[in-house]
Design a protein around this ligand. Structure first.
Ligand SMILES: Cc1ncc(COP(=O)(O)O)c(C=O)c1O
Length: 208
């Protein structure tokens, strides 16, 4: 992706919404693009109740993002002038305080997640079920942990069995091209995506 963007001079924006704390070749996810975006929504490893963060090494771009997300108000001691279409995307102080407190605990959250992932890996191995682990040269934050069942029938019975016994599991997200919104859009056979959609089940993945 980076090579393609470089070749065609396309700015890369990295959607790292779920990936805070993860690494690729020992480099933090979110640092590969012109800018990266993290989500601090309630279901993420670090939450501020909602919202997120934009990260960039490009100071000018950072200033631009700050300006646009604070209603594009031209800095002035008392005049309210907006020099372009802006958005009230600033994070309220209360949420920001929560985000700071959570970020301070990020390492311990990830340690807990990685220890849970190890326990899951040995448990499911003993049951002959594939627990998805991180790939070589990567460090996963194990935000959402999942198992891969043999086929759709097996994943459906796994979902039924676990939820009937009070263990909240759910299938991986439905593929976007299946949504009526995108049904007419160009796509290829999606062989791998369809294969995984039938088999991947998300399992409880708390940081505690
Ligand atoms: C890959 C990805 N992008 C973007 C979003 C949207 O983030 P938010 O929930 O903070 O709006 C999510 C949310 O789960 C996500 O998983």
């Amino acid at each position: 992706m980076i090579k393609v963007c470089k070749k065609w001079n396309i700015p890369l924006v990295e959607d790292a919404a779920e990936a805070i704390g993860s690494e690729y070749y020992s480099r933090p996810i979110g640092s590969f693009g012109k800018l990266g975006v993290f989500s601090f929504n309630g279901n993420k490893i670090v939450t501020s109740g909602g919202g997120g963060a934009i990260v960039t090494n490009d100071v000018e771009l950072g200033i631009k993002a700050k300006h646009l997300t604070t209603t594009a108000k031209v800095p002035h001691p008392y005049e309210y002038v907006h020099d372009e279409i802006g958005y009230n995307f600033r994070m309220p102080n209360l949420n920001a305080a929560l985000a700071c407190a959570q970020l301070e605990q990020l390492n311990s959250f990830i340690e807990n997640k990685r220890s849970l992932a190890q326990q899951y890996n040995s448990f499911f191995k003993s049951k002959g079920i594939c627990f998805r682990t991180e790939l070589p040269k990567t460090k996963a934050n194990y935000w959402l942990m999942c198992v891969e069942l043999e086929n759709k029938k097996e994943s459906e019975s796994f979902l039924k069995e676990t939820n009937e016994n009070g263990v909240m599991t759910r299938p991986i997200w439905q593929l976007i091209f299946k949504s009526s919104l995108y049904s007419g859009f160009q796509k290829d056979e999606q062989i791998n995506a369809l294969y995984l959609e039938d088999r991947i089940v998300n399992i409880p993945s708390s940081v505690r």
